[in-house]
Write a protein that binds this ligand. Structure first.
Ligand code: PMP
Length: 461
């Protein structure tokens, strides 16, 4: 069927969508009984769907993306001005916004110095893996090729990104995978794997155990989310990050931090890792970099990493042999530069800290009231509530019931998310991550809806 869509007539749009769009992460059978939700407008923290219904978006575009909120005319203007002047040239050449955004970004990342542009979080991570692999070839005869990743972390949807993902349910139908991606244990103390006082240090020691098992001479990189996002909003316990740093230095392993979710203010610092005093070799970012106004991702490295690709000019293949066609689009860095200016001028990092503290306090109260809330965790405007069937045993709440909670929050006009279906016991976390412009009243409205929805569903259990 071929439906001619008239964008001014939303019934046509819905028909066109149902006929021709293959949605992300959706079992399409459901559209036999309900229409796809078409979001037609956004302003600040609020969005409107095709039926005219207004919702508070407490997940920043569904997946932690729209950090500065919807309807930012100054970003649209900056992109438009740039596009009519110069929209694209392949990245072997430079552009004004690419240079200016890189300079601004690096000014917020002491110790880092080079920005490599691409378009998505998955792609930025692939670039980092290719850097680590090429360094293995250049410096270690190809031996130091393994890249460690952590259980529950996610680094994207391409085959190598899935190979380095700690959520097997996302990967299991897409193998076989490339070799050399090795998993280390998760660090969620609420579901502790070790009975020790110093849990953070113990969980990091587990990384060293894997390195020693694999052979340190074979391990070139370690990729970690600063706070695990889709895998359960897992904030590493105290002592974890300093020990990780120590281990990487000891075994000459490049530390790659995936800031795709935590980056650009989400945790109240520019980057998540800056909460923990850690010094990465490579940082990747996407989502909030331009708040979804344009597609852009960055793989940022230290000068030391960059130097490894230019220190042997006699080797004609020694430079980073990679390209991203659309990494040369100027819309991305033009939008990203304006996005950063907004974060600064509106003092949104400070707002994130304050509103984050308010949200956390409300969530702790919700936990105290409702037995089905097992744990509350997060940082800044990036928080989660893990739901359990039994607080003593921590048996997870059935995910269908968690989905009913999410729907009951939605019925109160607030969109929240839940973490990915996953290994038994580690999913079922409600995700709350509004745009960094949220006001105290917005946070109360979000928390009120969550509180009432949990009460409603808990009463039926
Ligand atoms: N890393 C993390 C931590 C993510 O959460 C995601 C996306 N949810 C990605 C990487 C992949 O980003 P993208 O979907 O833009 O490829």
């Amino acid at each position: 069927m071929n439906v001619a869509a008239n964008p001014n007539d939303l019934s046509d749009v819905i028909a066109a969508d149902k006929a021709n769009v293959w949605h992300h992460l959706v079992q399409h059978a459901m559209f036999e009984t309900v229409d796809p939700k078409i979001i037609v407008e956004g302003k600040g923290l609020r969005v409107w769907d095709a039926t005219g219904r207004e919702m508070i978006d407490a997940v920043s575009g569904g997946v932690w993306t729209v950090n500065v909120g919807y309807g930012r005319e100054r970003i649209a203007d900056a992109v438009r001005d740039q596009l009519v002047k110069m929209n694209y040239f392949a990245g072997a050449s430079g552009s004004i916004p690419a240079a200016l955004f890189a300079q601004k970004l690096i000014s917020k990342m002491p110790g880092m110095s080079r920005v490599y542009y691409s378009n998505s979080g998955s792609e930025a991570n692939e670039k980092a893996y290719k850097m680590i692999r090429q360094i293995a070839h250049k410096k270690y005869g190809g031996k130091k090729y393994k890249i460690l990743f952590r259980e529950r972390d996610y680094h994207g949807t391409t085959i190598a990104a899935l190979a380095s993902g700690g959520q097997p349910e996302r990967a299991m139908q897409y193998g076989p995978f490339p070799e050399g991606f090795i998993q280390v244990p998760h660090c969620l103390e609420y579901r502790a794997q070790w009975d020790v006082e110093d849990y953070g240090r113990r969980a990091a020691d587990a990384i060293e155990e894997v390195i020693l098992r694999e052979g340190p001479e074979t391990v070139g990189g370690l990729v970690l989310e600063p706070i695990t996002a889709g895998g359960g909003v897992i904030v590493p316990p105290e002592g974890y990050w300093p020990r990780v740093q120590e281990i990487c230095e000891k075994y000459d392993i490049l530390l790659h931090i995936d800031e795709v979710v935590c980056g650009m203010g989400r945790t109240g610092e520019w980057f998540g890792y800056q909460n923990f005093g850690v010094k990465p070799d490579i940082v990747t970012m996407a989502k909030g970099v331009a708040s979804g106004y344009a597609a852009i991702s960055c793989t940022v490295t230290t000068e030391r990493v960059f130097d490894m690709f230019k220190d042997d000019a006699s080797d004609p293949l020694g430079y980073f042999r990679d390209i991203s066609t659309f990494g040369g689009c100027t819309a991305g860095p033009a939008a990203a530069l304006e996005n950063m200016k907004i974060l600064e001028e509106e003092n949104l990092l400070q707002n994130t800290k304050e509103r984050g503290a308010q949200l956390m306090a409300r969530l702790e109260k919700i936990k105290a009231k409702h037995e089905i809330v097992g744990d509350v965790r997060g940082m800044g405007l990036f928080q989660g509530l893990e739901l359990v069937a039994n607080r003593e045993t921590k048996a997870p709440l059935d995910e269908k019931i968690v989905a009913r909670v999410v729907a009951a929050v939605g019925a109160r006009g607030v969109m929240i998310g839940m973490t990915n279906r996953s290994l038994p016991g580690l999913n079922n976390t409600l995700c709350l991550s509004p745009a960094l412009i949220a006001t105290a009243a917005d946070i109360d409205a979000i928390a009120d809806a969550v509180d009432a929805a949990i009460a409603e569903i808990a009463a039926t259990l």
